[in-house]
Structure formats: structure tokens, C-alpha cells
Design a protein around this ligand. Structure first.
Ligand code: MN
Length: 288
């Protein structure tokens, strides 16, 4: 049975995160805060050209607790440092999966050489909730280049699927997660078609990162967010142009959540505890 589309949402007006990330917030937006659980926040940085800059644009030191940030770079490169000594660069097509868990400070900005040269920048950042029993897990960092992602070639040279987490047609992604979810890029050639099977009860959405597509029988344009109903298991996508589709699908975490600023916890008390611990320096140290 077809997984029907609930809504196709064009990119809402953008806002800046720091001076380096111009994002459209698809979620939570006007939706219930658990609508796409375990995905809480979906920020989409559509293509934008940055001029050359000696200063690396981005967002300075800030804390997180209680969830994971997943950053996918499509154009441009993102550099990152955290308070537990992890750092890295997300290359084009690469993914960074950071488990904030019990707490990190980090900073995110354009990579040095990219800043100097300037260029087209396009990225996605997801906040993936952690189940209550894992909220205070040790902070961790997983980084993957495009070549390190799982790769499924589609029949008849239709394209490829690059799997970050979960699986597509038996091809697994390298990222480890705390709740069951699938995250992958479908790169489909114009005119090609792909059938995607996803569990009925998983919250599921697609961002049209590049190109255009017909999903089931509805047209979705570049930068659109396609939200599916929790019914049916099959999605049929036909590329009307060469396209990249970011597929997000996960088993809902059925727990109350309290988001506040950079924290995502289960109760108000835990939010207050997070601020208290942050002010006491328990998130480590990181220089701006
Ligand atoms: Mn952050």
C-alpha cells in the first residue's frame, strides 16, 4: 500500500544561524513538536553563494544536551570543534553525527579554505532526539565522508542510494543510532524511478535537495519538504530532473519532550538541571 503524502511544504522564509548558516526551518514549524519524532528539528540550508572571507562564518560556542545533531553538507565544507576534543571537517556529500548526550559545547563554521575562496553552500542539520534512558549518554562523534556511506546501486542505472543510517534494500549505513531510523540520499537520474519501502508507523519525510520529482502522483520541486502520513509502506519516486532526495524515517519515541533553547529533555526539571550544569562548567571548555 502507498504511503500517502500529508503535505508538500515549500521552504519557509529563511533565518540566519550565526552568520554562516542561512536555514529554512521545516520542523517543528507549525507542527506538533513530536510530529516527526525521533527527528525534532529539521533546518535546511538551501543553496546560497557566500563571497570570499578571511573570517570563517558560522556559529560560535554553544551547548547541547539530550539529543544528536546530524549535519549533511551538499555544497561547501563545514568545520567543527567540541569541548571533548573532537573536531573535523564535513566534506561535500559527507555527514557528521554528533551525540550531545549528557552535554557538549561546540562551534560550527565554514571550513577555512572554503571561507577564503567563497562559493555555493548547501547543508541540512537535523536534531535527532534521544530516548530518555540514553539522554545522558557519553558525548560522541561520528564523521563520514561520502565514500564511507553505504552505497546501493539502483537497477537499470537509475541512480544510487547513499545510506547514512539504517538500511536501504539490505545496504546498511555506517552511523550508529539510539533508536531505529533510516537516513539516506537517493540520487536519481532524470526519468528514473525508485520504489522505497518504509515501515508504516515510522514518521517519514523527504527533502528535495536538488532537482524535481514526482512522488506517488504529486510533483515536488527543489527545496520542498514532503511529509508522509503514517499509513502505507511504499513510496514511488520518479525523477523529472536529475535529483537528490534526502529520506528521513524513524520509529517515534513515545515520551513527553521539553525543548528549550539548545536542550531537548523530557521534563522542565531536566531543562533547569541542564542550565545549572552548563553554568557550572560540566559541559567542558571550548574557546571561541
Ligand atoms: Mn549546534
Amino acid at each position: 500500500m502507498i504511503k500517502t503524502i500529508e503535505e508538500i511544504i515549500p521552504a519557509p522564509p529563511a533565518h540566519m544561524v550565526g552568520d554562516g548558516f542561512r536555514v529554512h526551518n521545516f520542523l517543528p514549524g507549525k507542527h506538533d513538536i513530536t510530529r516527526m519524532s525521533p527527528f525534532f528539528l529539521i533546518d535546511y540550508g538551501s543553496k546560497i553563494e557566500f563571497g570570499p572571507s578571511e573570517k570563517q562564518r558560522g556559529v560560535g560556542v554553544h551547548p547541547h544536551r539530550g539529543f544528536e545533531t546530524v549535519t549533511l553538507a551538499y555544497y561547501g565544507k563545514v568545520a567543527h570543534h567540541d569541548s571533548w576534543g573532537n573536531s573535523g571537517v564535513i566534506e561535500e556529500g559527507g555527514v557528521q553525527w554528533m551525540t550531545a548526550g549528557s552535554g557538549v559545547l561546540h562551534k560550527e563554521y565554514h571550513e577555512k579554505e572554503f571561507s577564503k575562496a567563497g562559493g555555493i553552500f548547501q547543508m541540512v542539520q537535523l536534531w535527532v532526539n534521544l530516548p530518555a534512558k540514553h539522554k545522558m549518554t557519553k558525548p560522541a562523534y561520528q564523521g563520514f565522508t561520502r565514500a564511507q556511506l553505504g552505497k546501493a546501486d539502483l537497477p537499470d542505472s537509475a541512480g544510487t542510494v547513499e545510506v547514512v543510517a539504517g538500511e536501504f534494500n539490505g545496504v546498511k549505513g555506517p552511523a550508529t543510532t539510539f533508536s531505529p531510523l533510516h537516513l539516506y540520499n537517493i540520487r536519481l537520474k532524470k526519468g528514473a524511478k525508485v520504489n522505497v519501502e518504509l515501515p508504516e508507523k515510522y514518521n517519514t519525510a523527504i527533502i528535495v535537495i536538488e532537482g524535481a520529482v514526482v512522488i506517488n502522483d504529486k510533483a515536488a520541486a527543489n527545496d520542498n519538504f514532503v511529509l508522509f502520513r503514517n499509513e502505507g509502506t511504499e513510496i514511488i519516486a520518479t525523477a523529472t530532473e536529475d535529483c537528490i532526495l534526502l529520506v528521513m524515517s524513524g520509529e517515534p519515541i513515545k515520551e513527553a519532550i521539553v525543548p528549550y533553547g539548545p536542550f531537548l529533555m523530557n521534563t522542565k526539571e531536566e531543562i533547569m538541571q541542564a542550565y545549572d550544569d552548563f553554568h557550572k562548567g560540566k559541559f567542558g571548555t571550548l574557546e571561541d
